[in-house]
Design a protein around this ligand. Structure first.
Ligand SMILES: NC(=O)c1ccc[n+]([C@@H]2O[C@H](COP(=O)([O-])OP(=O)(O)OC[C@H]3O[C@@H](n4cnc5c(N)ncnc54)[C@H](OP(=O)(O)O)[C@@H]3O)[C@@H](O)[C@H]2O)c1
Length: 236
């Protein structure tokens, strides 16, 4: 479970533990992981790792290589906001390293050893289907995650390993409180995770978009001409 120290990831950890899974909670902030484990009770473990770095990814890949993991939730992600040319290149590259490189490396380590019945859940975003001016790098990384997840779903389903791309819309979390988004469009981490785990039980779809408004948004973004989507999102 990556990105378990806050937001959607923390809620995943809580719900999975409540459902009887043994959680390995991964993030950078040890204090947060410690308090999460105190809340979850015995039987769970933590791993402090910076997944935007090669050593951090290696640490988690080692766990996947040596421990039997039935479900990998690739949730850790970050957004870099602002006009692309004005965003520090280091921040943009760090976003790609976390949202794409780390997710890919852990998916690879997990699928190499996965057995029938196991599952991989990659967290993308509704912006995977809508290139967003002002969030250009973020939306591009999430397009990568959604596309990769769909292809891996098809590639691994016949061996009984389910791959799912989760595409939340605006979700009120610490890093993205969405104060300026109309409240009716903002979901809670609890709602997002409940929808994801329900879909994971059914195992019938490669891509899951929680919430009717978000499904409408992604359906429109997938069918409208790209120029129209960019106009709606404020680019032209
Ligand atoms: N909130 C939304 O509106 C929304 C919408 C669509 C998709 N998403 C996606 O949902 C996922 C979770 O987002 P969230 O809103 O729950 O964000 P969040 O509350 O900021 O949580 C992000 C998590 O990722 C971890 N993380 C960040 N950088 C890391 C790094 N370099 N190495 C290891 N862990 C790292 C953070 O832990 P540490 O800081 O302790 O490392 C934290 O646990 C992300 O992939 C995000 O893109 C969010």
């Amino acid at each position: 479970m990556t990105g378990a120290s806050s937001g959607i990831g923390r809620e995943f950890a809580r719900r999975l533990a409540a459902d009887g899974h043994r959680v390995i909670a991964v993030a950078r902030r040890e204090d947060r992981l410690r308090s999460l484990l105190a809340e979850l009770g015995p039987g769970h473990s933590r791993l402090a790792a910076d997944l935007a770095t090669e050593p951090g990814r290696q640490q988690v890949a080692e766990v996947l290589a040596h421990q039997r993991v039935h479900l990998l939730v690739n949730n850790a992600g970050t957004a870099v906001e602002g006009c692309f040319a004005e965003v520090p290149l280091a921040r943009a590259l760090e976003t790609v390293r976390l949202n794409c490189d780390a997710l890919l490396a852990l998916a690879h380590a997990f699928l190499a050893r996965a057995r029938s019945g196991d599952a991989l859940l990659n967290v993308a975003s509704t912006l995977a289907f809508a290139p967003a001016p002002g969030l250009a790098v973020y939306s591009a990384t999430k397009a990568f995650v959604a596309s990769l997840s769909e292809a891996l779903w098809a590639e691994h389903k016949d061996r009984g390993v389910h791959v799912m791309g989760l595409c939340p819309g605006p979700t009120a979390t610490e890093s993205q409180p969405h104060h300026d988004t109309p409240a009716v469009l903002v979901r809670t981490p609890e709602q997002v995770v409940a929808a994801a785990l329900d879909a994971l039980r059914r195992r019938n779809r490669p891509t899951v978009v929680p919430g009717a408004a978000n499904r409408l948004f992604t359906a429109a973004a997938r069918t409208l001409p790209r120029r129209s989507v960019l106009t709606v999102l404020g680019g032209t």
